[in-house]
Design a protein around this ligand. Structure first.
Ligand code: ASP
Length: 485
């Protein structure tokens, strides 16, 4: 018997047909004797619609049509699920709708209160969803009840992206669940500050909720159910041959997620990693597929890389000057002034000569980055110790990720050789300190070609260009297959 958390995301909850599929997955797992708790997202599109509603309210425009559409959306799911006569569900939905309307009319006129109010508004997506899904499970013979996670998940007051107080939440979860016989259908994504104010954990935060409950209950496995067969080796929009990754480590999954792959909400890894609980990504619409399993160890079967990820449309700022060479504190001042302006840096590369540093950031932060640097280094710019900043836009950041790259000679050579063969210019390079990530920047126009060529070389070996390369590869493979991470 296994103890598992099953989390179903919005794509698994698009309509009544999907909800029936979700409930059949839950029932089949229960029939196998598993002990389960369920975490649910809002129905597909609902969080986006709520965000849209918050914007409409902010502009003061009429919102009645959108509000009604949201209520009706849930209402039609209830009808299609055959729950129209469920009196318990009726009172739950009536109650929630009343509260929802109250929240809408409580729109704050004080701008600082807006983020707090918005989290309250967004919480309704998951609250409606948990209420309807638990009612449907009861309808098909599974004794279930909805759990509003705000009762047990305690966070700080960073509304919109709250940090969970783990130990306090674990204690609350254990106390609450102790002795409860019914299957719990838990609202993902939401928590509450000590004083009761609602918080949200960041977009896609239901994954994180699943991990928090998994760690609190010391489950054997956390399953994240979505609409693809697992984490793919590359973005399928750029690489046709992308395939699901069978196994990867927490660190590999984190590297891929942080480098733009749509894997899993990154903080999800933290509670699972500390408790060494495997996370399995599964496809609701193809439940027999094994999916991708994330855990602390995996067998390295020859492959050096586990996946490629990329983020397009980034900007690159190059800062250089004779006055930077050997001067202490330049980087400290540079990154402090960026941090103080709330700018997040995606990649940094500094040449050994210390004559130049470059970094990548989101394009909409470029202007404030330039202003911050020009003001911090006004003196150095004036004396021409530092040259005029060079800004390059329309760049793509690419990361090659894999445990197998650690300590394996020749990987960087293979990567940059492939790019050279494709006549792709590399604008900047960085290797993560973990050595399981080699990142570089190319122009947006080249990213598709770069991803495809690297995927061929690293995952399909279609373009093994000559016998020497094949021989070298097979030597590396032999070395790797003899070792475990
Ligand atoms: N409903 C939230 C969102 O769409 C959280 C989640 O689905 O994980 O971001």
């Amino acid at each position: 018997m296994m103890n598992r958390i099953l989390k179903f995301g919005g794509s698994s909850l698009a309509d009544a047909r999907c909800i029936k599929q979700v409930s059949s997955i839950i029932r089949s797992r229960l029939q196998l004797g598993d002990e389960l708790s369920i975490v649910v997202s809002a129905f597909k599109g609902v969080t986006d619609a709520l965000i849209n509603l918050s914007v409409i309210l902010q502009t003061g425009a009429a919102h009645e049509r959108q509000t009604l559409a949201l209520i009706q959306h849930h209402g039609s799911a209830i009808d299609e699920l055959g729950l129209g006569n469920d009196s318990e569900l009726y009172s739950c939905i009536t109650n929630l709708t009343k509260q929802f309307n109250q929240t809408l009319s409580d729109f704050p006129h004080e701008p600082t209160e807006f983020v707090k109010w918005k989290d309250e508004l967004l919480s309704y997506g998951e609250r409606f969803s948990a209420c309807i899904i638990s009612a449907y499970l009861n309808h098909v013979g599974v004794e279930a009840e909805a759990l509003d996670a705000r009762q047990v998940v305690i966070t700080d007051n960073n509304f919109g992206d709250a940090y969970v107080h783990y130990q306090r939440s674990y204690d609350q979860i254990r106390i609450y669940l102790n002795g409860r016989g019914k299957l719990q259908v838990i609202t993902g994504f939401i928590g509450a500050v000590e004083d009761g104010a609602t918080t949200t954990l960041g977009r896609s935060g239901s994954d994180y909720t699943a991990s928090i409950f998994g760690a609190a209950l010391n489950v054997d496995e956390i399953q994240i159910w979505t609409d693809v067969d697992g984490i793919l080796t590359a973005n399928p929009n750029l690489v046709d041959q992308a395939v699901p990754i069978g196994e990867l480590t927490y660190e590999e999954a984190m590297e891929l997620a942080h480098a733009g792959a749509k894997v899993i909400f990154p903080p999800t890894m933290i509670p699972a990693l500390y408790k060494k609980i495997p996370i399995v990504i599964k496809n609701t619409f193809n439940p027999d597929h094994p999916g991708s399993r994330i855990s602390s160890r995996r067998e390295i079967n020859g492959e050096v890389a586990v996946g490629l990820s990329c983020v397009s449309n980034v900007s690159l700022i190059r800062m250089q000057g004779a006055g930077m060479v050997g001067v202490r504190g330049i980087n400290a001042r540079l990154f402090s002034c960026l941090a103080n302006s709330g700018i997040s840096i995606m990649l940094v590369s500094q040449a050994f000569s210390e004559h130049s540093t470059c970094f990548a950031l989101k394009p909409d932060e470029t202007e404030s980055a330039v202003q911050a640097i020009e003001s911090e280094f006004a003196h150095e710019f004036k004396l021409k110790y530092i040259d005029k900043l060079v800004i390059e836009s329309n760049q793509s950041l690419v990361a090659v990720v894999g445990e197998g790259m650690q300590g394996t000679p020749g990987i960087a050579a293979i990567i940059f050789d492939v790019l050279g063969q494709e006549s792709i210019n590399v604008e900047a390079i960085a290797q993560g300190s973990s050595r399981r990530n080699i990142s570089f920047i190319v122009r947006d126009a080249d990213v598709g070609k770069a991803m495809q060529a690297l995927h061929n070389e690293l995952f399909q070996r279609k373009s093994a260009r000559n016998g020497k390369r094949d021989f070298e590869d097979s030597l590396a493979i032999q070395n790797l297959s003899n070792s475990r991470v």
